[in-house]
Design a protein around this ligand. Structure first.
Ligand code: 4AD
Ligand code: MG
Length: 465
């Protein structure tokens, strides 16, 4: 019977059963009397299972004694209760087949017991083998399903929005270009400008910064939709919370306003945390021990408390009181930077916060103008240790106001023709948000650097894979 390490820990396998298990050597210790203790992992459980290999095995001297960390093996044997105190059960091996050797154990990049996360980032194809990355990816997987499950239960439809796009969905910010031009021979017009009509799509195209605008087309037909996929930003932001390729969940609801939006965000946030605590407790405990943080207590507190909601103008008043602590003056209209966000969530509230109604000048063109003509019906959710993890708003559904905003921001109306059509034909108040998936993962696990929660981080000058 083929079993996994987790089957054994979950007590799905009866003692004395004959089993086969496949995996890799985490560590091996051999005694002088001819017994080797092999710790095997297969990714299904954070703790390895101990294999007892005795010298009676035909390949004991030739192979078993030479096994090193990382070798892949198939073990046939019996599940028995362990003599040792460190583990409850172990496998008494009848046969161990070595499948893959480690070429040169001394130079194997993971030969040391402990490695820094910085070092591991340089070998993303091998860091997958450490408990850290198994644990984070399990939580990632759980969170991914939690978000889909929640939205499915709430009768939201998933819609995959395009990754290649001709417009900047945020109206600003750098994008990655998509082109099939030969860089040595870029077609030019008479005056020297690039002739994009000769490019693959016959116009300039980019990788999307957000699926929101296209998701809105479906929200204006199916009422409740979401998109969840990779998103690309070419900003030169070398911080612990920025990557150039990240995953974003974007939810869009018709006949919904800012109040409905914050209610939905609170529900989805709590549901995801609950699912992770329910399904990934060993992994959370792993990070709790590693970082000596009270992660479970923090998450349980989040589940039991209502998320604080506060106006942007109140935030400015709070920051103004300690203005001298910041590198620049505090005023209404200020775009909050990391230092401000940190003060608000880490020190002042020490809790997640939803900040509402930002000045229009610092927000995207599609956000709905409030009656004060100064602010937009927007909402950012900030969490301790990270800052912004969600950005959302009610959308401007009135065509003439949208057109004014496009003009103010010098965005070409023609480029947004189909987005404007949604306002011309059966327009409807609607709202939505975008959740930075990796940032939520960072918050839940306490992992400081976003590059350690995404399998293959893409950042400035870093995309070997
Ligand atoms: O606030 P943002 O830019 O909002 C939007 O893109 C909207 N279109 C969303 C919507 O309303 N549908 O981005 C949303 C979230 C941020 O709050 C942040 O968590 C994450 O995406 N994010 C990043 N995460 C990692 N690396 C980056 N460079 C990120 N930029 C944004
Ligand atoms: Mg934002």
């Amino acid at each position: 019977m083929l079993v996994s390490v987790s089957d054994i820990y979950q007590k799905k396998i009866k003692l004395n059963s004959s089993i086969t298990i496949k995996g890799w050597v985490r560590s091996k210790r051999s005694s002088k009397i001819g017994i080797s203790f092999i710790h095997l992992y297969d990714g299904s459980h954070l703790s390895p299972i101990q294999i007892i290999a005795e010298k009676r095995l035909s390949n004991y001297k030739k192979e078993i004694l030479s096994l090193t960390t990382g070798c892949s093996i198939i073990v046939k044997g019996k599940l028995v209760s362990s003599y040792g105190k460190k583990q409850e059960n172990e496998i008494y091996a009848d046969d161990i087949k070595v499948i893959g050797w480690i070429e040169n154990p001394e130079t194997y990049p993971l030969s040391l017991k402990k490695h820094t996360n910085e070092y591991l980032r340089s070998i993303p194809h091998l860091r997958t083998r450490s408990n850290f990355f198994t644990a984070i990816n399990k939580i990632r997987n759980c969170l991914f399903h939690a978000l889909h499950t929640f939205l499915n239960k709430k009768k939201y439809y998933w819609v995959p929005t395009p990754i290649i796009t001709a417009i900047n969905a945020e109206g600003a910010g750098s994008m990655f270009r998509v082109s099939t031009f030969d860089f040595q021979k870029i077609p030019k017009k008479k005056l020297g400008e690039v002739d994009f009509s000769k490019d693959f799509f016959g116009k300039e195209t980019f990788l999307t910064v957000s699926g929101q605008l296209t998701a809105e087309t479906y929200a204006c037909a199916m009422s409740k939709v979401y998109t969840f996929g990779p998103t690309f930003r070419a900003e030169n932001s070398n911080t612990k919370r920025h990557v150039s390729e990240f995953w974003m969940l974007e939810v869009e609801t018709s006949f919904s306003n800012l109040f409905d939006l914050s209610k939905l965000i609170e529900e989805i946030f709590k549901f995801s945390i609950n699912q992770v605590l329910k399904n990934c407790l060993p992994e959370i405990i792993f990070f709790e021990k590693k970082y000596k943080l009270k992660i479970i207590e923090k998450l349980e507190k989040n589940l039991n408390e209502k998320i604080i909601e506060v106006e942007y103008s109140e935030i400015i008043d709070i920051l103004k009181k300690i203005e001298n602590n910041f590198s620049q003056p505090i005023f209404f209209g200020l775009d909050l930077s990391i230092e401000h966000e940190k003060y608000i969530v880490d020190k002042y509230f020490n809790s997640p916060v939803m900040i509402k109604n930002f000045p229009k000048e610092i927000k995207a063109f599609y956000m709905r103008l409030n009656n004060d003509n100064k602010t937009v019906a927007s909402m950012d959710m900030l969490v301790p240790g990270i800052g912004e993890i969600i950005g959302g708003s009610q959308r401007e559904e009135r065509l003439f106001i949208l057109d004014n905003r496009l003009a103010e921001l010098k965005l070409k109306k023609e480029n947004y023709w189909w987005y404007r059509d949604l306002r011309r034909y059966g327009t409807v108040p609607h709202s939505g948000f975008g959740l930075g998936f990796e940032r939520l993962l960072q918050y839940i696990t306490g992992i400081d650097n976003i590059r350690d929660v995404i399998p293959f981080p893409r950042t400035v000058r870093n995309s070997d894979f």
